[in-house]
Write a new protein. Structure first.
Length: 132
């Protein structure tokens, strides 16, 4: 099934869904993919400075890991194409208007946005403005 590429259709039908739980970004110098698998990371990215893992806050707390901020996740339930143009920019602009950071992760079927935990409901309301 091919994802949607039409920006107007994507914005009108994205149906943002707030994920349960809280998430944090942790980084590990000198780590490789597969390290810290016991944390059950939702996402990972290997940068020159270290391995970044997105994990459930409780898992990070149990492992006594440090992190800088706590986030809530929002999944855009529309199946967006990885070749869609403008979706990330539109979302980031809308959230910027409300003073909300947008940490966007594009996966094969959906886009996922991680926003400051205390601004999650405001972010959901802002994203619903696209379909109003």
């Amino acid at each position: 099934m091919t994802g949607e590429t039409n920006l107007d259709k994507l914005l009108a039908s994205m149906k943002p869904r707030l994920l349960d739980g809280e998430y944090v970004f942790c980084t590990f110098k000198g780590a490789r993919y597969g390290d810290f698998s016991e944390l059950m990371p939702l996402a990972s990215y290997l940068e020159e400075e270290g391995l970044t893992l997105l994990v459930i806050k409780a898992n990070a707390d149990n492992a006594e890991l440090s992190y800088e901020a706590v986030f809530k996740g929002i999944t855009l339930t529309v199946h967006s194409s990885l070749e869609a143009v403008g979706l990330t920019a539109a979302i980031a602009s809308k959230l910027t208007e409300k003073g909300i950071s947008a940490n966007v992760i594009a996966a094969y079927y959906h886009d996922h946005i991680f926003v400051q935990a205390e601004k999650a409901e405001l972010a959901i309301a802002a994203l619903h403005e696209f379909s109003a």
